[in-house]
Ligand binder design. Sequence first.
Ligand code: SF4
Length: 219
Amino acid sequence: MSTQRLKLELPSGHDQLLLHSCCAPCSGEVMEALIDSGIKFSIFFYNPNIHPVKEYLIRKEENIRFAEKHNIPFIDADYDTDNWFARAKGMEDEPERGIRCTMCFDMRFERTALYAHEHGFSLISSSLGISRWKNMAQINDCGIRAVSNYPDIQYWDYNWRKNGGSSRMIEISKREEFYQQEYCGCVYSLRDTNRWRMSNGRDRIKLGVKFYSNAMEED
Ligand code: SF4
């Protein structure tokens, strides 16, 4: 393991966390950091952005596999793609990290906050921010906005990348041989990644074939 983890404590005396998870590779380090610190948490998997359903199911099953390995409760929320596409209307050609992504984070945090409110959680966070491809400030803004409707819920803006978190995320993914998704998730990110790959002489993405392993090179 690259760097020793620090012992985490939940803010403001909270005693458990509802952790929105986007996928196994991003949540692996977050989950192990929480487990190592003795923090009680549940995984909330709500990602109606992921397209197509084949990719959605692979990502979800990988996350379930890892949660079961550690006996962490896994909440499998709706795959309400109709709502996601309705909210994405008019933003189809926006670039990654733009307003479509703000909508996408908002939607996932809103559902996480609602679930927390209805099921007795007072603190939420997400694995989304650990990816170096994401804008952490954008993600935190969305998390804070989602809980602003609930005086009883706080958003934890912990930076999961720091103290070696980014490196351990890759190490864990290789150790666990997680499925390695090659695009962010939505149909538009799949389209744009394929366009980029083809303009750089690479083949289109093949779903369901790439897995992390210790033998692989860093991207
Ligand atoms: S690129 Fe990623 S974050 Fe942005 S809208 Fe698509 S799935 Fe959501």
